[in-house]
Write a protein that binds this ligand. Structure first.
Ligand SMILES: [Zn+2]
Length: 150
């Protein structure tokens, strides 16, 4: 049966058996899982992260973004979970699915590139030193001038 709403449940680990209509949220492992809202029984795992899904909490209501497109399943269902409500969308055509997949790959590639760039610029733990070398304070400049004649 098609669900019109989900009930969020915050869990330490995602249970092996999911109950229909429950949105299991595991913050520790940044994962959300639920049975497909069309009632087909397929498990939908949505990892949370900057290049994946985001979860917004408003009291007892949760919103998952972006939409959930189960085009890998026979049902090909497509919906939003907004403030615990299931907002049904048209299932996508094959070409629409391809377009979204390409966009997802591009987003993810761009995100990974950005993270790598940040890592190169500031290896963990050395950020402060790096910044100081790039932008020496007036005092440091004076010291340097005094000792090194620079
Ligand atoms: Zn389904």
């Amino acid at each position: 049966m098609k669900q019109q709403a989900v009930r969020p449940e915050f869990v330490k680990v995602i249970p092996e058996r999911l109950e229909d209509g429950v949105l299991y949220i595991c913050e520790q492992y940044r994962t959300v899982a639920h049975n497909c809202c069309c009632g087909c029984g397929q498990e939908v795992i949505t990892p949370l992260g900057p290049a994946d899904w985001s979860l917004r909490r408003e009291g007892d209501n949760v919103t998952l973004h972006p939409s959930i497109g189960n085009w890998g399943f026979p049902c090909r269902s497509h919906y939003f979970i907004r403030r615990n409500q299931v907002v049904w969308l048209k299932s996508m055509t094959r070409s629409e699915v391809e377009r979204v997949r390409r966009r997802d790959r591009r987003d993810k590639a761009a995100y990974i590139k950005e993270v790598n760039r940040m890592k190169e610029e500031a290896p963990p733990g050395s950020k402060a030193r790096g910044e100081m070398e790039r932008k020496p304070s007036a005092f440091m400049r004076l010291l340097r001038a005094f000792f090194l004649g620079q």
